[in-house]
Design a protein. Structure first.
Length: 302
């Protein structure tokens, strides 16, 4: 399985902040009690927020743990904003940073902080693994990837901003209990398990990440999850985990734990592409741009 490699190329986000590229303002008003009542289920509540230039803020922490002889841990933190249109997600602006094991050595350069703006099937990345290959005066690398350009920036394997994914995952709920207060609202946490094959079938994000249908043992790989839903039926937090066997490659297993938090539903947001004169295409990069096929695996192998 392609282990989040998209997060290291055109779909990562950067610490570089360019205020003119995205405008975010607080939601103009809280959801009214009548609207809360009308949103009788989480999928309906999500779809009610599919409005032009409205969105939600996202903070995401990921932990990748190598078990066995290569017991190392990679931490990533991602934050930014997602913009919706009338049919769903249309743009994203996300920043990413990494905290790598001390033994990572020269590989640390592959995990430089980065920022990615994605819209209209195109991603613009500043910083990251190709920062030193940019021509003078250029700050953004443009890549084209259709749906992948939006969803691959998010490491959470259960993308609850996709109505079909949210519906299919909640259908696998095995337990419910009080989930505490998140984003100023009390939540109920739903928990369960879903297979990778099921996620591939319903989720554009997973299809973009994997590129081909999982088969054999990969198809039945279990993803355990918890989804925290507020009294207004909007998702406030998603925690998922799964373990990927890489035995035969680097004699270890990698466990991914993703913790995504959504705040400010209904936030006003307009995401714009970077200035054209600061953008470069991949074939215009300078120097050697070859990278390890599996940089995460390289860390755990070293």
């Amino acid at each position: 399985m392609r282990r989040m490699i998209a997060a290291l190329t055109g779909a990562t986000a950067a610490a570089l902040i360019v205020p003119t590229l995205v405008t975010v303002a607080p939601a103009s008003a809280r959801t009214t009690p009548a609207a809360q009542s009308a949103a009788a289920d989480p999928v309906s509540a999500l779809k009610r927020h599919f409005r032009t230039h409205r969105g939600v803020k996202l903070t995401e922490n990921t932990k990748i743990v190598g078990e066995g002889k290569k017991n190392k841990t990679i931490f990533t933190r991602r934050s930014g904003v997602l913009e919706f249109g009338r049919t769903g997600l249309v743009a994203s602006d996300l920043t990413t940073g990494f905290n790598l094991p001390a033994q990572s050595g020269e590989l640390k350069g592959l995990f430089a902080p980065s920022r990615t703006i994605s819209l209209k099937g195109v991603s613009y990345t500043s910083g990251g693994i190709f920062a030193e290959s940019m021509p003078e005066g250029k700050k953004w690398l443009r890549t084209r990837g259709g749906t992948a350009s939006l969803v691959s920036a998010v490491q959470q394997i259960i993308s609850t901003v996709e109505p079909g994914t949210l519906k299919a995952t909640l259908a696998r709920t095995g337990a419910r209990r009080p989930g505490g207060t998140w984003d100023g609202t009390r939540t109920t946490v739903h928990s369960g398990t879903i297979t990778l094959a099921e996620l591939f079938r319903v989720s554009p994000a997973v299809r973009a990440m994997l590129t081909k249908k999982p088969t054999g043992r990969s198809a039945t790989l279990p993803v355990t999850w918890k989804i925290y839903i507020g009294s207004d039926q909007l998702v406030r937090r998603v925690v998922s985990s799964y373990t990927e066997s890489t035995r035969g490659l680097n004699s270890t297993e990698l466990t991914y734990v993703n913790d995504t938090r959504y705040t400010g539903w209904g936030t006003k947001v307009t995401i714009k592409a970077p200035p054209a004169d600061q953008v470069v295409e991949f074939d215009e990069l300078l120097g050697d741009t070859t990278q390890p096929e599996d940089p995460i695996g390289e860390i755990f192998k070293g």
